[in-house]
Each structure stands twice: as structure tokens, then as C-alpha cells.
Design a protein around this ligand. Structure first.
Ligand code: ATP
Length: 588
């Protein structure tokens, strides 16, 4: 397909205001895409070059694009900057200038295909080293001079990471199901395939080239991360034992970096909870995996946490987080040694273990790790007794840990899903909800009164409703920010401002500015209440809201960079927490 035709669809997608229409348009588009184009079309539509674990980022700065526009259109850079400042959209600005120009002169257009554009963007992004800035400007200005105004608009937005067509992974999966079968029937199979490879482009390509049976039979692949299993929560020991129907495993819950480790002979790669490749952060763990694990091929998972091997003490999260760096890692290894507490096995020598019972997976994992020093199985007990569970929980807290994760002995590894096969319980704070919430920022308010010096005055936050792939509001957070946080929010949110409400947002409240649902923050509150002003879990126009919400942040962590918008707390979780809150009030 020609890139120009793709941008016609982008124009249509930009204008829709309902998710169903969006799926219809997306389906119509994807029907016309060939098997060789599908992966790249999906990446471009998502505004990325590749899935996060491939570390292939669009590395094109605003300034380079401004220079490229100035070169190719031959206008002063200041003029571009001026329009950019006014519109906040460099793509639109360039389109407008080009349209004016093309009224005066005919320009030779190249009729690029989707694949041509993708190739050029890869080339520009991967150019590095001395003189790379000039090469990038040249490549980009050639591209602008030989594209139509509408193509230029989207190429620039794509390059800047500002494409924002507004659909998430599940919308694409739904459209793929409709394309391949005429209805949504195979959404679950496609979702499963996605959960075990975390690469939507790859799922699309397998579907288009090999058909739905290949999707159904898709296997775990080394070096493609599996989307992590997640835990539900309960607030009493009694409820945990009840949910688990008796005996279960109870593991310590470590607050560090989640590491999914892939090994094939001497090659090791590590992926984060968020599916970024983080191998570079853990040379010590990589070395230990190679030296102490004899298996040729393995995928297993654990939590890396700062740990003093001599005193056997856990160090606080503020210590662990210091290992999140790009430079001087070797020095930091000595200062902040990590220990990996392994808790699951997903694949071993050609065999997928996702559908094998937890207890069996654990047994094999323990055997594999018996020669390791820096890596050991997570500490756990097996119990059906509330008292033993409570004692183990208290012990974990005393040791400086976050709490516990109880696990169903017979359960599968539930890739990409939050299920009651894992139940987490954290220390509860009196008078507060026992767990914090991860909310997506979807809009912000301007400051008033003493805050007028800051443009920033508060946040509109939402949870994620996985069933219909929508973000539903649950809280306004207007107080408790310090100056540093306000400055940070202002600068981050300014860059992702939108003119209209994003299609996947359901909100009664209208903030001063909408933003792309992108950043996740951690919030504590006293209580979940029912409210007509919020759309979270809305029934008969009454939704759920938070009482006394406040931001949880630290020097290092204002935004939860390890979570995407779709990883936020879900509507279902809120409903569940509301029920639990009622129960614990009764039992108090
Ligand atoms: P949280 O903010 O509580 O870490 P989360 O949304 O990141 O929540 P959850 O599934 O809710 O993830 O909680 C499980 C997390 O706890 C895992 O992502 C993992 O990183 C961590 N963890 C620590 N110890 C364990 C363990 N023994 N078993 C499973 N997960 C563990």
C-alpha cells in the first residue's frame, strides 16, 4: 500500500469519536494490507518502530526536524519555531506551509510505499556517531521534499512520537480478529498469542502469512518476552485462604526490579515488567546465569533487590533503585549488590511450561538453581492455616519486605492477566485503603490563586476498563503537590496535550486540557466511594471515586515509568476493592 493511502485512513481515524467506528475503519484498512506489510503497518500505527523489548526507539529530536523542514522548504527556522509554538504540532505546521507552497509550484512526489517510509525511518533513527546529526537532517529533508503535505504531517508526528491515533493493543487485536474471521470470535486466541510474544506486529504477520491455526499453536519464543502474570489482592488472611480453597504457597513479596530472564547457551537477555530490555542494568546477574545455570535454553522470572549477602539483610527500595542507570554500572554493582529471588519458570529446553502446574514449575526451578549464589528461589511456605499465613506475613514485613504473594498450587502461569491464582497482600496503613492505586493521567487543570505562577493546578485521573478498552475517571487530584512535582507535571503534560477528549476516555468532567493517556502515577486514598461525577464502573449513572486521594512519590519516582497506561489499576479491581472495603469494615 502507498503511504499516502495509509495517511488517508489516519485522517479518518483522527476524526472519529467512538471506539466502534474506530475498529470499523481500522478493519477496513487492515483488510487492504499485504502479509509483508502488516507488521510494519501495525508498528507505524502504534507510533513505534518496534515493540519495546527490541530497544529500537525513534530517536529524532524536534530540532533536527525543524532544520529538515527549513532545508527542504527553504524558509527561516525561526518562522517554523513560531508556528510550532502556536500550534504545538510540528506535523500540522509543516503540512500547512507545504500546502501554501504547492499552490504556487508543482512538486515532484515520490509515491512512497508504507515499507519505503518504514525503511527510511529506521535508517534515520539508527544513524549515530560523528556527523550523524547532519545525515539525519539530510535524509529527513529529502523525505519531506518528496512527500505530499498530508504524508509530511504524519511522518513528522511519527518521528516525534506524537502520532497518537488513540487506539490500544486490544483495539488492534479486535480489528485483526474481524479481518481474519469476519467477527470478534478469535480475539481471545489472538490475545493469547500476543501475551506470549509481546509483539503485535509479529502476531499480525503470523496471522496473515500462516493463518489462525498458527496463532492457536503459537509457542513461547526465546528473546521475545512473555507478558507478565499479575496478582489480585485481598485484605484479610481469611479471604486469601478462602480464595485458594485451602492449601497454597505463600511467597515473600520483594520490592525491586521484576526480571524475566531468557538464556540460550551463553546469550542472556533480561526484560522488565514493562517489557523493556534491561540486560545492561544487570551484568552481575547475567554472569551468574551463565556460570551457574547449566540448562541450554530457559526462561524464568524473579525479582532483583538490593541485598547484603553477608548480613542477609534486604536494603530499602531507595538503594535498589540506584541500579537503574546507564553509566558506571560496574561501580554500582559493588555499592549496591543485587540478589535475584526467582519465582517462576516459563520455558525449558524447547518445552513451554505456562500450562504446567505452579508446584511442578517451582520444583524444577529449585533444582535448576541449586548451584547459584546470587540467584535463589523466593522464600515461601505452604500452608492452609490463617495463623501460619499471618506469621509469615508479619515476618516478611519485619524483614523490610512489602508483604506476601499467595499462589495457587495447581495454577498455570497466566501470561498478561491479573488473576486470583496469585494474590498479593501488602502492609496496610490504618485508615487507608490497604493498597495504593496506579492511575493514568488523562487531563489537567490550570492553577488558580497562589498557584497561578504555575500553569499546573491538578490532575484528572482514570483507571483502565479492560473489557471495553476504555479509560474511566475515578479522581481529581488537586492538592498535596510540591513545587518540584508541579514543574515536572507541567512540563511532561504540556508535551502530550490534546485538543479533544481522547476516544478511549470516558469522562463527565472536562479538564482544562486533555492529555494522551500515557503517564501512570501511584495514588493512595482513604476510601473508595460511590459518585455521580466519575465514570469508573458506572451503573445507573453512579460510578466510583476516591476519598482524599494523594500522590505517592519519591525523589526518584513521580511517574511510574515501569507501567503503560493499560497497566493501570482496572475498573474490575476497583469494584473488587470496594467490596473488600465493605467486608473489612464489617469485620473491624
Ligand atoms: P505492585 O505495585 O504491587 O508491585 P504491580 O502491578 O507492579 O504491583 P502486581 O502483580 O500487582 O504488580 O504485584 C506483583 C509484583 O510483585 C510483580 O510484578 C513482581 O514484580 C513483584 N513480586 C515480588 N515478589 C514476588 C513473588 N514472590 N512472586 C510474584 N511477584 C513478586
Amino acid at each position: 500500500m502507498k503511504f499516502e493511502e495509509l495517511t488517508e485512513y489516519f485522517d479518518k481515524l483522527e476524526k472519529v469519536s467512538s471506539r466502534l467506528t474506530m475498529i470499523d475503519i481500522l478493519t477496513e484498512l487492515l483488510k487492504k494490507i499485504s502479509p509483508d506489510e502488516i507488521a510494519k503497518t501495525i508498528y507505524i500505527s502504534q507510533g513505534v518502530l518496534a515493540p519495546p523489548f527490541m530497544n529500537l526507539k525513534l530517536g529524532i529530536a524536534d530540532k533536527i526536524i525543524e532544520d529538515a523542514i527549513a532545508n527542504s522548504i527553504n524558509i527561516p527556522k525561526q518562522q517554523i519555531e513560531q508556528i510550532y509554538r502556536k500550534t504545538g504540532d510540528l506535523g500540522l505546521a509543516a503540512k500547512q506551509i507545504l500546502e501554501e507552497r504547492s499552490k504556487l509550484q508543482t512538486i515532484n512526489k515520490n509515491e512512497y510505499s508504507i515499507l519505503d517510509i518504514y525503511k527510511i525511518m529506521i535508517k534515520i533513527s539508527s544513524t549515530s556517531g560523528k556527523g550523524s546529526k547532519d545525515i539525519k537532517i539530510k535524509l529527513f529533508s529529502n523525505l519531506i521534499s518528496s512527500s505530499t503535505p498530508r504524508e509530511v504531517k504524519y511522518i513528522i508526528r511519527y518521528a516525534l512520537g506524537q502520532l497518537r491515533l488513540g487506539f490500544g493493543d486490544y483495539t488492534i487485536l479486535e480489528a485483526l480478529s474481524v479481518v481474519s474471521t469476519g467477527n470478534r470470535q478469535f480475539k481471545l486466541e489472538l490475545e493469547h498469542a500476543y501475551n506470549i510474544c509481546s509483539d503485535l506486529g509479529y502476531v499480525g504477520e503470523i496471522l496473515y502469512k500462516k493463518g489462525i491455526n498458527a496463532i492457536k499453536n503459537m509457542q513461547v519464543t526465546l528473546f521475545k518476552p512473555i507478558r507478565p502474570a499479575l496478582a489480585e489482592r485481598e485484605v484479610t488472611f481469611h479471604q486469601i485462604i478462602e480464595r485458594m480453597k485451602g492449601k497454597c504457597a505463600v511467597e515473600q513479596k520483594y520490592d525491586g526490579f521484576r526480571c524475566q530472564i531468557h538464556k540460550k547457551n551463553n546469550i542472556v537477555k533480561i526484560f522488565s515488567r514493562n517489557l523493556d530490555e534491561t540486560t545492561h542494568m544487570f551484568p552481575d546477574i547475567v554472569k551468574e546465569v551463565i556460570n551457574s545455570i547449566n540448562e541450554n535454553e530457559i526462561i524464568f522470572e524473579g525479582e532483583a533487590i538490593a541485598f547484603n549477602e553477608v548480613t542477609q539483610e534486604f536494603l530499602p527500595f531507595q538503594e535498589t533503585i540506584q541500579r537503574k542507570r546507564v553509566y558506571n554500572i560496574i561501580d554500582k554493582i559493588k555499592e549496591v549488590p543485587l540478589h535475584l529471588f526467582a519465582f517462576d519458570l516459563m520455558y525449558l529446553n524447547g518445552v513451554t511450561y505456562l500450562n504446567v502446574e505452579y508446584e511442578k514449575r517451582r520444583e524444577i526451578l529449585e533444582k535448576i538453581l541449586k548451584n547459584s549464589k546470587l540467584i535463589s528461589p523466593s522464600k515461601r511456605i505452604i500452608t492452609g492455616s490463617e495463623n501460619e499465613l499471618e506469621t509469615f506475613f508479619e515476618e516478611s514485613i519485619e524483614n523490610g519486605l512489602e508483604g506476601i504473594v499467595a499462589k495457587n498450587l495447581k495454577s498455570n502461569y497466566t501470561a498478561g492477566a491479573r488473576k486470583f491464582t496469585w494474590i498479593k497482600m501488602k502492609r496496610s496503613y490504618k485508615g487507608e485503603l490497604s493498597d495504593s492505586l496506579d492511575l493514568v493521567i488523562i487531563g489537567y487543570f490550570l492553577g488558580k490563586g497562589s498557584r497561578a505562577e504555575f500553569k499546573f493546578g491538578g490532575l484528572l485521573c482514570a483507571v483502565y476498563n479492560k473489557k471495553n478498552d476504555m479509560f474511566e475517571t475515578i479522581s481529581k487530584i488537586g492538592t498535596g503537590f510540591n513545587e518540584k512535582e508541579m514543574i515536572k507535571f507541567q512540563s511532561l503534560l504540556d508535551r502530550i496535550k490534546l485538543k479533544n477528549k481522547p476516544v478511549r476516555v470516558d469522562s463527565v468532567i472536562v479538564p482544562d486540557f486533555w492529555v494522551e493517556p500515557k503517564y501512570v502515577i501511584t495514588v493512595r486514598a482513604d476510601e473508595i466511594t460511590k459518585s455521580p461525577t466519575h465514570t469508573c464502573g458506572k451503573k445507573d449513572n453512579i460510578g466510583y471515586a476516591l476519598r482524599f486521594p494523594r500522590l505517592v512519590s519519591s525523589e526518584e519516582k513521580i511517574i511510574r515509568n515501569d507501567k503503560n497506561a493499560e497497566d493501570a489499576t482496572t475498573t474490575e479491581e476497583i469494584i473488587e476493592m470496594f467490596k473488600q472495603q465493605k467486608l473489612s469494615k464489617i469485620s473491624e
